[in-house]
Design a protein around this ligand. Structure first.
Ligand code: UGA
Length: 438
């Protein structure tokens, strides 16, 4: 078991730090954000991630997990340093590596004995080489280090489970010694025979992008099939189920919807595209997946407009669900942002409700009408739009909605409502790739 510092306490860093301490390592989670560290020290988790508080509390209480803003000291006290800071989208779609480079300089300056420096943040292929040279340039002492690329495959909302029970671990390293150290870091998983892929740094970096872009392709593909289903009168769910029975295709990530969002797929597909263009190896498939996804988000608004006979001015739309998927408060690149902005641009009014993402959406749209439950949101609405597949929306009481709304119009962008019920109750409705009429 190792002494570890994880730099960055966002979705990736905090879940990784907590998970690594749960594996028996002694972990310091470090961040320059003083208020975040203060909250964490007080037992407050700054993000909504089911199960995370339990893991954090458990390991803080047994002394294996601590928090600090003193990154230099944390670096000096550790055998392994994980970089888990953000890599947001830059101006031209490329990943913005400012935070990662700053952390690398800091690690270099504080390197006082052999350490393994490991990147968890999603960084473009080739970044490992740059980080190694930055650390070398900033070293104050002639000490050796190794570099490991250990990409994360965590899904927001299921990140704790994904970290503690992953389907694979990818380790791209500059030496065998580093791989052995990493094996020790992940010892419980190694003993459990979780598949571990040992490789070089660029291959590990590529695995991450190739995986995310492939899943994004799959979603855009099924969304286009769904759109075609609408045109030919087929049901996309039956199509997806039958496709998924073929082991070569697999049923996962074949759920049509309003277009993928979140901090990963939109950013990573663009970063991969930007890299491939820069290297003159264009990726037409990824380019198409991005364009399809952008169109899908706009298509949802057009569906709404259609349901309202192109007359949205002054109408109130109940938007149920703001986060980019269920079980998270993250609204980054959420399809609901496009929906809300288009409703506003077309002089409609928004009644918004989400069980956890209201505060985050308020940063983007402080002036729409936020409601404390779906009943309040749908009251006197001219149309209801479901944007997120929260469990509480799956069981919506349609009879009650019919009584509360001004006009019984529903757009179900997640295909979670029962079509028979909608027809029986006389709703005018639409969805993605399924029947919308008798
Ligand atoms: C994604 C990957 O699934 C993780 O493996 C990866 O580690 C992570 O990105 C990352 O790079 O950090 P995440 O963005 O949290 O995880 O969420 P997903 O569950 O993958 O969903 C992404 C988007 O695709 C959501 O908007 C979701 O609604 C949409 N989606 C997903 C569909 O529209 N259809 C599907 O069948 C599946």
């Amino acid at each position: 078991m190792k002494n570890i510092t994880v730099i960055g306490t966002g979705y990736v860093g905090l879940v990784s730090g907590a998970g690594l301490s749960d594996f028996g390592n002694k972990v310091i989670c470090a961040d320059i954000d003083k208020s975040k560290i203060k909250s964490l020290k007080a037992g407050i988790i700054p993000i909504y991630e089911p199960g995370l508080k339990e893991v954090v509390d458990r390991n803080v209480n047994n002394g294996r997990l601590t928090f600090t803003t003193d990154i230099p000291q944390a670096v000096r006290n550790s055998d392994v340093i994980f970089i888990g800071v953000g890599t947001p989208e830059g101006k031209n779609g490329e990943a913005d590596l400012t935070a990662v480079f700053t952390v690398a300089e800091l690690i270099g300056r504080n390197l006082d004995n052999y350490k393994v420096i490991c990147t968890k943040s999603t960084v473009p292929i080739g970044t490992g080489t740059n980080l190694i040279s930055i650390i070398n340039k900033n070293k104050k002492q002639e000490v050796k280090f190794d570099y490991v690329s250990n990409p994360e495959f965590l899904r927001e909302g299921a990140a704790v489970q994904d970290f503690l029970m992953p389907n694979r671990i990818v380790l791209g390293a500059t030496s065998k010694k580093a791989l052995q150290i990493m094996q020790d870091v992940y010892r419980p998983l190694y003993i459990n025979e979780t598949p571990i892929i040992y490789t070089d740094v660029p291959t590990a970096e590529m695995i991450k992008y190739a995986s995310n872009a492939f899943l994004a392709l799959k979603i855009s593909y099924i969304n286009e099939i769904a759109n075609l289903c609408e045109a030919v009168g087929a049901d996309v769910h039956v199509v997806a189920k039958a496709m998924g029975s073929d082991g070569r295709i697999s049923p996962k990530f074949l759920h049509p919807g309003p277009g993928f969002g979140g901090s990963c797929f939109p950013k990573d597909t663009k970063a991969l595209l930007s890299l491939s263009n820069a290297l003159n190896e264009p990726m037409k498939t990824v380019e198409a997946a991005i364009a399809t996804n952008d169109q899908q988000k706009v298509r949802m608004f057009n569906k709404l407009l259609n349901l309202l006979d192109n007359d949205i001015q002054g109408k109130t739309i109940a938007v149920l669900g703001l986060s980019f998927k269920q079980m998270t408060d993250d609204v980054r690149e959420s399809a609901s942002i496009v929906m809300i902005s288009k409703i506003i641009d077309n002089d409609g009014l928004v009644n918004a409700y989400d069980p956890v993402a209201e505060e985050n959406m308020k940063e983007l749209y402080p002036n729409i009408n936020y409601c404390s439950d779906w009943q309040e949101a749908v009251k006197d609405a001219d149309a209801v739009v479901i944007m997120t597949e929260w469990h509480e929306f799956r069981g919506l009481d349609l009879v009650k909605i019919k009584l509360l709304v001004k006009t019984p119009i529903i757009l179900d962008t997640r295909n979670i409502l029962n079509i028979k019920d909608l027809i029986t109750l006389g709703f005018k409705f639409d969805n993605v790739g399924r029947k919308s009429k008798n």
